[in-house]
Design a protein around this ligand. Structure first.
Ligand SMILES: C[S@@+](CC[C@H](N)C(=O)[O-])C[C@H]1O[C@@H](n2cnc3c(N)ncnc32)[C@H](O)[C@@H]1O
Length: 222
């Protein structure tokens, strides 16, 4: 039932007692998490009534419906403690950052925070790292677009990430999944194109440096 994007999101959730899916909409992710035993109980939360109704309909015929609670709220605001893992997927980075900001201290008590934004994952990584979260896992998939999933945890070690790692993902850069290498190759072409067209010298220099850094990663693979 899950598409490849949500399967990739769920693949970063380690088995836990309580999973909260924020912005659940159709509720497919908590349904699959319960059915496959990844979590024992789930909260399916959404800000809006219609998506929450869709989630309730998804669970209506299911034999795990007694282990899910539907909550209408922003972010994790009305979801009770404890939450062992939270998923926020399919939203814009700005919305996700706002949700985390609204309840920052509670997010600091959640061991698994799995985020998938449709654009600007770089800003999301920087935002989370600046607020004391570590990047503990990442995954990428492709279905018409590249989708990047980042898993954060409250920081114990405060590692330093350089700008290139924040842009492309420290774990993706080290794991070199073939889908990620395809993504880097298309980024390289895009960055080279920008470098050839931009007139501002400083910007051109930045694109050239980025292209060199990407080539460096790709060359080590070939
Ligand atoms: C595009 S859907 C994503 C559905 C699902 N998570 C997925 O990845 O397929 C985004 C959902 O987030 C909900 N949403 C938007 N802002 C929210 C917020 N602050 N708190 C909770 N849900 C929110 C919307 O109502 C919508 O149902």
């Amino acid at each position: 039932m899950l598409d490849v994007r949500l399967r990739t999101v769920l693949s970063l959730v380690e088995p836990c007692k309580v999973l909260a899916d924020v912005g659940t909409d159709h509720g497919y992710l908590p349904l699959e998490a319960l059915k496959s035993g990844i979590c024992e109980h789930a909260f399916a939360a959404d800000l809006n009534e219609l998506p929450l109704k869709r989630a309730q309909d998804t669970f209506a015929q299911s034999d795990v419906k007694d282990r899910v609670v539907f909550i209408r709220c922003s972010g994790i605001r009305d979801i009770p403690d404890p939450i062992d893992a939270v998923v926020i997927a399919g939203m814009g980075a700005e919305t996700v950052m706002q949700i985390v900001t609204e309840d920052l201290e509670r997010f600091r008590s959640i061991p698994q925070i799995i985020l998938q934004v449709n654009k600007d994952v770089e800003s999301l990584r920087r935002f989370m790292v600046q607020r004391g979260f570590d990047i503990v896992d990442e995954a990428i998939t492709y279905k018409r677009h590249y989708y990047v999933v980042v898993k954060f945890a409250p920081s114990a070690s405060h590692p330093e990430y350089n700008p290139f790692q924040l842009k492309y993902g420290p774990i993706l850069l080290s794991q070199k999944d073939p889908i990620f290498l395809n993504h880097l190759t298309s980024r390289l072409n895009h960055v080279l194109d920008l470098a050839s067209r931009v007139s501002h010298e400083n910007k051109r220099e930045a694109f050239v440096l980025e292209a060199d850094a990407i080539r460096n990663v790709l060359d080590k693979e070939s």
